[in-house]
Design a protein around this ligand. Sequence first.
Ligand SMILES: *[C@@H]1O[C@H](CO)[C@@H](O)[C@H](O)[C@H]1NC(C)=O
Ligand SMILES: *[C@@H]1O[C@H](CO)[C@@H](O)[C@H](O)[C@H]1NC(C)=O
Ligand SMILES: *[C@@H]1O[C@H](CO)[C@@H](O)[C@H](O)[C@H]1NC(C)=O
Length: 653
Amino acid sequence: MELPGSEVVGLFLGFLLLSVAPRSSARFVVEKNSLRVTSPDKIKGTYDSAIGNFGIPLYGGSMAGAVVYPKENQNGCKEFSDFSVSFQSKPGALPTFVLVDRGDCLFALKVWNAQKAGASAVLVADNVEEALITMDSPEEDSSSAKYIENITVPSALIEKSFGETLKKAISGGDMINVNLDWREAVPHPDDRVEYELWSNSNDECGVKCDMLMEFVKDFKGAAQILEKGGYTQFTPHYITWYCPQAFVMSKQCKSQCINHGRYCSPDPEQDFSTGYEGKDVVLENLRQLCVFKVANETKNPWVWWDYVTDFQIRCPMKEKRYNKECADGVIRSLGLDVKKIEKCMGDPNADSENPVLKEEQNAQIGKGSRGDVTILPTLVVNNHQYRGKLEKGAVLKAVCAGFEETTEPTVCLSIDVETNECLNNNGGCWQDKTSNVTACKDTFRGRVCECPLVDGVQFKGDGYTNCEANGPGRCKINNGGCWSDSRDGHSYSACLDFGKSKCQCPVGFKGDGVKTCEDINECKEKKACQCPECSCKNAWGSYECTCSGDLLYIRDHDTCISKHSVETKSAWAAVWVILIGLAMAGFGAYLIYKYRLRSYMDSEIRAIMAQYMPLDSQAEIPNHMNEERQRNRDDRHWGLAAVDLMFEVFTAG
Ligand SMILES: *[C@@H]1O[C@H](CO)[C@@H](O)[C@H](O)[C@H]1NC(C)=O
Ligand SMILES: *[C@@H]1O[C@H](CO)[C@@H](O)[C@H](O)[C@H]1NC(C)=O
Ligand SMILES: *[C@@H]1O[C@H](CO)[C@@H](O)[C@H](O)[C@H]1NC(C)=O
């Protein structure tokens, strides 16, 4: 560790940091993204890779590229331009993912060198067989800080064995295509994202503190929109350390800790003799926590962002304004109750636990999938630690990736994160050119083709090639995609709001109902209005029939009648009813006559046959009684068959 200031401070800091370890077995969770090799076939598959803690990972997104392993400068520690190597991909070609070896220099420098040479992403192959680790940027190193700020490409560490597999395939002349995928890097179970920022009020810790302050300022707007809309639940957190029991009374612990060594923070200047002390930082961190708690009680937790940014501006250490007076001024100007906040902070000199800070120490030890928070600052989204540059666009991507698909709020679709793929060729989705209704929906994950809901009317379909307005009200929109026309003050539509068939030409028209409906010439095609006195005139969608002389046209009967006969019509109808009644009675009588004739013949013929025809053999029937019965039965068979025969003849005659 090269730390400025006295050796003693360095040692002491180390001690403080180490003292955290025994409390838990310091579980650090490596956040992973998935790396999928899509070709060649022999190494096809999904491999783990650990997201680097710098650069800009594409949370919620993915990226395809071709892997290149440089022939020289394989560890990427020197500038690639020194070897006249460029990774710039040709237009239309896949972006280049540069594979470099771990070792000899900072991870960040390898990634920076590769980025400068045109790499779109960097894969660092581990040089030892081990579980994946997180590639971090150096804590305080002003020379590297300059370029780390400018690293924009995502980077990932891969296992040694996988690195060797890739190198072997490359030397064998294979073209290696991979897909880096951050879509599952953040769980996205529901429509609310919980996220935490582990930060520090200390504004004099160098590059990392500057970066954190810059981030808080930049992100504030988006954070507040998300929080006010109920899309997110944000919680600020602060790391504290504790002083080992044996040192509680030491000068160092007294200056860096409150509550008798229970909550400590390293001295901001790393010099005990001058400036602010660690305990000033602990107190301000505690105040910021209490600002959040008090604001949260009145249901406006987003005031924390205002307080923190205002405090940075109004009360910096540099201007020696990092104190209670200045802080109280900020609290008051935000309309918060100073008394309530003081009460929440408690007595820093008491030899007892502070409930607020105790809770923070408990939260620091990771529960579940999150792991311990050891890097400052750390962002935790849906209980997963964010890896990458703390920068507004990148963090917004990560937060937005935490929403269940299509539930993300509009801020997620703002210019910082959206690509608006719908502008280009409507994203390849269905679109109705006449009404501008489109199925293309831009989300920061990329576009989705989904049939829309317009004016309360749901469109249904595959979203790519077709969407159709559905249900009541569908005719309001673009006439439901059906034919419609109007002429001479008459309007006709083929759209049906209900029923199975959606477009059906109205009465008086024929056609498919979608593109065309043609007028039917009722005079010719329907033979309407054809009575001798009628004269037919076709119109658009209907026809007109006029009768000559004094006659009146009755549309229902398609005939002309005398105006005067209209009154006698009912009398005529009565006569008709009687005539029809008589006719029906006559027919009924005839039917009865026929039936009786048939029964009569039935018995007549039976009698004749019984007399003249031998109906069965009379031999071999032992019992007289049986014989009689048998005869009767056969008699019936014969009889019926004969009648049928006779009847046939009879009717034919
Ligand atoms: C980083 O980017 C800034 C702004 O684009 C530029 O001024 C600066 O020189 C860059 N730093 C390095 C080390 O390239
Ligand atoms: C903030 O308030 C909400 C409810 O209003 C509560 O669920 C949440 O736990 C509170 N957060 C903290 C850190 O107290
Ligand atoms: C549809 O969009 C085009 C181009 O943006 C515009 O000219 C046209 O007026 C729009 N039509 C409707 C019905 O909104």
